[in-house]
Write a protein that binds this ligand. Sequence first.
Ligand SMILES: [Ca+2]
Ligand SMILES: [Ca+2]
Length: 384
Amino acid sequence: MKPTALSLALATLLATGAAAIVPAHAAGQAQATVAPAPFEVVEVQRFEAPWAMTFLPDGRLLVTEMAGSLRLFDPASGKVGSVAGVPKVAHGGQGGLGDVVLHPRFADNQLVYISYSEAGEGGTAGAAVARAKLLLDKDGGGQLDGLQVIWRQQPKVSGQGHFGQRIAFDRDGKLWISSSERQKFDPAQDMKANLGKMIRLNDDGSVPSDNPFVDQGGVAAQVWSLGHRNILGVAFDGEGRLWAHEMGPKGGDELNLIERGANYGYPIVSNGDHYDGKPIPDHDTRPEFHAPAVSWNPVISPAGFVIYSGDRYPGWTGSGLIGGLSSKSLVRIAFDGTNAREAERYDMGRRIREVEQGPDGTVWLLEDGTRDAKGWLLRLDPKN
Ligand SMILES: [Ca+2]
Ligand SMILES: [Ca+2]
């Protein structure tokens, strides 16, 4: 990374022994500016620790609840139903039922994909992804039929943190899974583990023959990029580029452009440091690792991510929208090709877990339902 005027000024200050006061937004870091919101927040429906949602073609919403319930919500009637057939999930900490997405040809094949934390032997756990046919009944509910587990984190390890387990399809129909490092650090660099990696698969879970590490075999063949910590949001832009944000260590949240075969450096480098105070060398000390497009300190605790394609809010088309947990915010990202920056931040006053764009371009959010939050589904009505 090129030295900026600010980093040069800091270097000069340090070299002369003067006290360096590091500004809240140092070079290359995002600036927290709270903007007036172009929307009114409407509380629509409460859920029990909701984690993710996706719209069906008919305008209804599938919502996951961490303890293992898949809900079907009809915004037109306000009715909440249940979808049976979710496998038993390892619920606790950050683990439980995770993401839900539709197959790109859902209208033809009715396939839905879910991710969840699965218990292993001896108190271990790992993320898993399964697919099934969604059979809807006439009473506002349904069931998952013919469920197949098509991917698992390897190895399963102790603890209840950093499953990741975000799922997305690209425009070629490939399945992408964020596999976080389970708070075990080194597996993010170990190609014998699929932890701390971005995974790329065919829609049936098989490995595409053009993956970058396919020659290494084993779980390495699933890997598209490595050196990741905890990815809780992935989205494709209008050009088909994959962006992912990453809950970093202390002071090290990131937004990354995900590139084929790239190593993002965790836990060898991070612009943040370990929570126990142990320093981690910054990205600019090791240019062989892919540096973040945006780096946050203070952090936002990113969760949920869409790249907005509607036109209901002035200036938002093509922007990234990221939920903030600890920052209790909605963060708008402006892209310029392969560059990105925080454009605006809206104070939501609550932990935001998930962001989704509705069929008419309205943005919907899920409030986190853990840590005494209420877990509201929120609709952002544009202000006219
Ligand atoms: Ca979603
Ligand atoms: Ca650092």
